[in-house]
Design a protein around this ligand. Sequence first.
Ligand code: A3P
Length: 318
Amino acid sequence: FISNYETFSDQNPHPDSTIQKQKWFSDEFLCKFKGFWIWSPYLEPTKKVVEDFKPLPSDVILASFPKTGTTWLKALLYSIIFRSSKEKPLLFNHPHELIPSLETKLYLEESNGKNLEFTDHKVRILGTHIPYQIIGDILNSSDCKIVYVTRNPKDSLASLWHFVQKAKKFDEDPWTVETAVDQFCNGVVPFGPYYDHVLPYREESWKRPWKIFFVTFEELKEDGKKHVKRLAEFLGCPFEGENKEEQVEEIVKNCSFEILSNHEINKSSEMPECFPLPYNSFFRNGQVGDYNNYLKPEMIHQIDAITRQKFHASGFVY
Ligand code: A3P
């Protein structure tokens, strides 16, 4: 089994030479799996999830493309589902440790997903970046619920670019915004292509709204209370009683960027177990439209043209 964070490169090739590879940045590679590009350390865990993972009917699966608001949704889901608990673990635990992701934690470890019994709670909340085309049948094999968050492609890309800069591997081989945009437009991005990732979850949520809840980063920014209420209804635990408005407000506030990013654990520059970048790399500024500060007008036009071509025919407008 793959050791934690083993990456494959020209110097350390993947044992299966038939796997299609593309350089991502520095000496990091992406590997093609069932039509999607997977960062090399997550290739074997992703395959293991596909082979082994069996969702329980009570599971809540948070699916997302990287850098679209996963950390935020983890905090929100935890706060909504376990709101009656007196303990406040979000104060001391990073959302990614509280809610592990299948391929980036549970199956990355030696235990091969055997530690899925990580929680005393009746409901398991699990994250995944695996596309619907790969994990859809597995998730449909049980009555588990799926929550999908997405974000406009330009902010997702700008966020990814900053995130990767934290890897500090760029002394001789910088990963420029130009390269990042080019790769994004060609779909060569972890769990990409982005558009192929988002659309099936979007379309499934239209067909089966009781099974898949779809929300965007921008919608949450605009009216967090509205979507937290919708989410609780979808999960079968609607807010009730006299103080329901206060409860919703409290959750929105406690999961806001300003509050969440200020907890010591989320400010820490130490590495979490589940990821080779520091805890604080999951919190930058959480803004809508920040891409304007990094992408040139021609890059914006290029991405907008692809977005129109890929999304608009289906009625999904970004
Ligand atoms: P930026 O880099 O644009 O700031 P993910 O969790 O999917 O990796 O996405 C990370 C992005 O979500 C980062 O975006 C991060 O700052 C932002 N983020 C994290 N927590 C947030 C919160 N509570 N509210 C809003 N944005 C948040």
